[in-house]
Write a protein of this length. Structure first.
Length: 291
């Protein structure tokens, strides 16, 4: 978050009613001599792989992707394998027991914990799907919006918190923002597999869509117009924007906010990082709804 002056403390666009008091580098392989066959290493399944027990287990439980094969270490204990085998049966996924060398070739770098799952592409959704989901279960929308949040740890941590507090969906900027890669899924401990995540080309237009559905937009930032977290009733249809770690929200995104929120501080360091700040506000919004 960063210091920046803004315009209004709590606002709505022209024509909207005032509801302020309402509760709410691998090099290319060299050419082989003619007639000599090149021996290619076995590649991971198309679409990528997920590794580590918790991450794979949550993906299988969510059952939202196209799955290929689940590979388990031949020497994995029954206690560790049981929940994975059960989830694989529920998702109709084929299971193979393989040795550590095969697992290492499939997983690539990193600790796979004896588990590799071949997966298809991440199942993104539309902003409208998020709103429809909240309506279908009879709840006020709670949505996380990331404005160019960078770093797989930051993104993964925010997704993990978002899933734990029960957000109805997440909105990401398509350009200059990370894809939901296996690394991010791992940093989220598999939480990303349960979430409805929409990628949009124009984040400001997406915010307009949310506001047209009576969702209030609250962005995290400092500034003369910012209001302290705790002074605003968050029990309302709400989208929470977390901005870039160093630069904060972009100007047009900040100007789209109905509310600018500031997290009170009493220590010496300048600010919380994006993942921690976003997590604090997400929990505050959930607390406002009575946990």
């Amino acid at each position: 978050m960063r210091q920046k002056k803004g315009k209004a403390q709590e606002k709505r666009g022209k024509g909207k009613s005032d509801r302020g008091n309402q509760k709410p580098g691998q090099k290319q392989p060299s050419q082989k001599p003619k007639g000599e066959k090149r021996k290619d290493k076995k590649k991971p399944p198309v679409g990528g792989v997920l590794t580590r027990r918790n991450t794979v287990l949550e993906s299988l439980r969510a059952n939202r992707r196209k799955f290929k094969t689940l590979y388990l270490a031949a020497d994995m204990s029954d206690k560790q394998a049981k929940p994975l085998l059960h989830a694989a049966r529920q998702a109709s996924v084929n299971v193979e027991r393989v040795d550590k060398n095969r697992l290492g070739n499939l997983a690539g770098a990193g600790d796979h914990q004896g588990v590799v799952l071949g997966i298809g592409d991440y199942p993104y959704c539309e902003v409208e799907d998020i709103l429809e989901h909240a309506q279908a279960i009879g709840e006020k929308p709670l949505i996380l919006v990331m404005d160019l949040v960078q770093g797989t740890y930051n993104v993964g941590t925010l997704l993990r918190t978002a899933e734990i507090v029960g957000v109805h969906g997440v909105v990401l900027q398509d350009r200059r923002a990370p894809e939901i890669t296996p690394v991010i899924v791992q940093h989220s401990q598999g939480a990303a597999e349960h979430l409805r995540i929409a990628k949009v080309t124009n984040l400001v237009k997406a915010l307009d869509t949310l506001k047209a559905a009576d969702v209030w937009v609250a962005g995290l930032d400092f500034g003369e117009d910012a209001q302290k977290l705790g002074s605003i009733d968050l029990d309302r249809p709400l989208a929470i924007i977390v901005g870039h770690e160093g630069e904060g929200m972009r100007r047009l995104v900040r100007d789209s906010c109905d509310i600018v929120l500031e997290i009170p501080q009493r220590g010496h360091v300048e600010s919380l990082n994006a993942a921690v700040a976003g997590s604090v506000v997400l929990y505050s919004a959930w607390q406002a709804r009575g946990f």
